[in-house]
Design a binder for this molecule. Structure first.
Ligand code: PLP
Length: 489
């Protein structure tokens, strides 16, 4: 009954109300008019019930630790446990965030910068952005500062129609007008469409490579020369870096600014919007604008350099999500240059294995050779039996598999898309389980479409109305109860 005691010992005598010690101790500071008259109706439970409740909840979680997670563009690879050990060392976890002269911590940031410079071909990095999206905001702000310093007020950012939604959102947030560039039948940038849109008003082009069809932009050098030709800069969305990590570098392709999602390529955990890490790297010409401070090395010692008059300012608290840098550095050190190359080779091999096996069963809206991820479409199933990408995604859940990314690339670019990214950390056996499930679902679409329309069948809640579930989530859960309020009629 230890748990009981812990929870209830501070309760008012005679009333078994669950009041936590903190609340009692700080209660005196709360004005009487604002204090509650009756105790809160908290559940009265013992430790065992509590443990069972949370264990049951944890087992309803879907994660890379439990099941296959081919969520395209998100690079859901295994997060090695050794990273956690390193990040939890008391010397690291206990470091005060305001310590400005913790030499080993500054060294971690500095060494991570050397790693990212080597793999990206950039000349310097900021580690403040807490995600790729924030990295984009910082990167485009840097491009704006660069043009401003030269006396230009350029108005347009060009972005391929297949791009991730954060790209146009970022450009718009930074005050630019967005113009979409068409994709070719292969899925790459339509260079003629790009050329037609190039004017002196173009501040830059945001590009993911390989793009979100999983296809490498093999005309990238020509594209870079065209954009640079009108005084624009190239922004590299590094979400798909896992496709050529250690093999080629965005800097050599002509990119001026990059962000790298450490929680994708460098296996630091993705966490429901954070804490992630989206460091931004730039070429020499943009170094003066980087957020301050940056870590610098003088003699054998490191320091935080605040002396940057042209900096766009501070963009995050402290120096970013430092624990993520520890994890990413451990990952990089363990792999080394050879390991990184092997990582991307295996990621591409795994994706191409799936692409080849599913080729006969699903349409591919773009015909370019995929790299680390591929886009299939449910258009054939839709035409024949009214089965959508959503139906296929929901049915996959019954097989214990996380759905791929669906409807991205967007329906106006390609119909009923399913973006599949297996990553390099999955075994051949697991890939075969996924392939078998996808083939079986294609057969079910023909023989028993109703089964797919009703899927998932094996989950605590069935098919949800996703808009209602997102806008009015039911956050209470009771064993045996079903979330009928958000279930489709
Ligand atoms: C994930 C992703 C982003 C955004 O990165 P976050 O770290 O999730 O903010 C941007 N572009 C592409 C292509 C992505 O896949």
């Amino acid at each position: 009954m230890i748990g009981e005691k812990l929870i209830f010992e501070r309760g008012a005598p005679g009333r078994r109300c669950a009041t936590f010690p903190m609340a009692v101790d700080s209660g005196a500071a709360i004005p009487t008019t604002m204090r509650r008259d009756i105790p809160a109706a908290l559940p009265e439970v013992g430790e065992l019930e509590l443990v069972r409740h949370y264990t049951a909840l944890s087992q309803m979680n879907f994660s890379i630790d439990t099941q296959f997670y081919p969520l395209g563009s998100c690079t859901m690879k295994y997060n090695p446990r050794v990273h956690e050990k390193a990040a939890r060392l008391p010397e690291i976890a206990g470091l005060h965030p305001l310590s400005e002269d913790a030499q080993p911590a500054l060294r971690v940031i500095w060494e991570m910068e050397q790693v990212l410079k080597a793999i990206s071909g950039m000349d310097g990095f900021t580690f403040q952005p807490a995600a790729g999206a924030q990295g984009e905001f910082v990167g485009i702000s840097l491009i704006a500062a660069y043009h401003r310093a030269r006396g230009y007020r350029k108005k347009v950012v060009l972005i391929p129609d297949s791009a991730h939604g954060t790209n146009p959102a970022t450009a718009a947030m930074c005050g630019y007008t967005v113009q979409a560039i068409k994709s070719t039948a292969r899925g790459t940038v339509d260079v003629a469409d790009l050329e037609a849109r190039l004017t002196d008003d173009v501040a830059g082009l945001m590009l993911t490579n390989p793009n979100t069809f999983g296809v490498f932009e093999d005309e990238i050098e020509k594209i870079a020369a065209l954009v640079h030709g009108v005084g624009g800069l190239l922004y590299y969305d590094g979400a798909n870096l896992n496709a050529f990590l250690g093999q080629c570098r965005p800097g050599d392709m002509g990119f001026d600014v990059v962000h790298i999602n450490l929680h994708k390529t460098f296996t630091t955990p993705h966490g429901g919007g954070g804490p992630g890490s989206g460091p931004v790297g730039v070429t020499k010409a943009l170094l003066p604008f980087l957020p301050l401070p940056v870590v610098a090395k003088k003699g054998g010692a490191f320091h935080l350099d605040f002396d940057r008059p042209q900096s766009i300012g501070k963009v995050s608290s402290f120096y970013g999500n430092f624990g993520m840098l520890v994890r990413a550095l451990v990952y990089a050190e363990m792999l080394g240059a050879e390991g990184m190359r092997r990582t991307s080779e295996m990621a591409v091999l795994n994706a191409n294995y799936i692409a080849a096996k599913l080729h006969a069963h699903y349409d591919r809206p773009k015909n370019g050779q995929p790299m680390h991820e591929m886009v299939f479409s449910a258009s054939r199933q839709k035409k024949a039996n009214g089965i959508s990408a959503t139906d296929i995604a929901k049915r996959l859940i019954d097989f214990g598999i996380h759905p791929p990314t669906i409807y991205f690339p967007l329906p106006n670019v390609a119909p009923e898309t399913m973006l599949i990214e297996p990553t390099e950390t999955e075994s051949l056996e697991q890939l075969d389980v996924f392939i078998d499930a996808m083939i079986r679902i294609a057969r079910e679409a023909e023989e028993n479409p109703a089964l797919l329309k009703d899927a998932p069948h094996a989950t605590p809640v069935r098919r949800l109305d996703e808009a209602t579930a997102a806008r009015k989530p039911i956050l209470r859960w009771k064993r045996g109860a079903t979330a009928t309020a958000v279930q489709k009629p």
